[in-house]
Write a protein that binds this ligand. Sequence first.
Ligand code: HEM
Length: 197
Amino acid sequence: MTAASPWTAPPVKFGRSYSTVAVALHWIIAALIAVQLGLGWYMNEVLPDHSPAQDQVTAIHISVGLTLLLVVVVRIIWRLLNPPPPLPAGLAPWERLLSRAVHVLFYVLMLVIPLSGWALVSGGKDPISFWGLAWPKIPGLAALTHPQHHLLKHTHVFILIWVLVLNWGLHVAGALKHQFDGKPVLWRMIPFLKPKA
Ligand code: HEM
């Protein structure tokens, strides 16, 4: 039996990709998260505490975080109204489960991380500025005790960020694994990578 030539082999069906809006929201949010991780590290680890430079970078971090929160809400509404394409055929049940779990955890983290930041600044004395505009405080947080404030800060800057980084590692590892095991998925989020059928 002769091997099928690439000219006569039936076209491979790759299914549909994510919509343009979903792709744009995915990469805008991924970029904003990268900026936030960089700013958070720089203001906490590099700049001297209580310096004017630290205050300025913190103000940008807060405005970017609130922007992220708004864009994530738009993304979740878009996702509920526009179901994503089904996962590629041929994935093992554990791969489907893991992929869903990683995506759900991302949505939870994308909401909870900015919300915990908002909660943190709501407990402070200073007004909250969103690119120079007044932003409301979450009621009831001004009365946080020092240990409660400390726990919230530790959760925001340490626990949630590490869970995000680990989840991101699983996410990228999964995307690359499928890219090279015959079930390419990258093109679904990076359309110019669409394989030739
Ligand atoms: C922290 C940054 C990132 C976050 C928060 C994130 C989040 C997500 C989420 C929530 C989904 C599921 C979309 C849905 O079905 O509603 C998704 C899909 C996807 N992401 Fe990311 N992502 C990030 C970075 C990346 C990077 C760096 C890559 C490239 C390796 C990537 C590649 C993909 C691909 C290929 C899909 C589609 C998977 C499929 O076909 O089912 N993502 N991402």
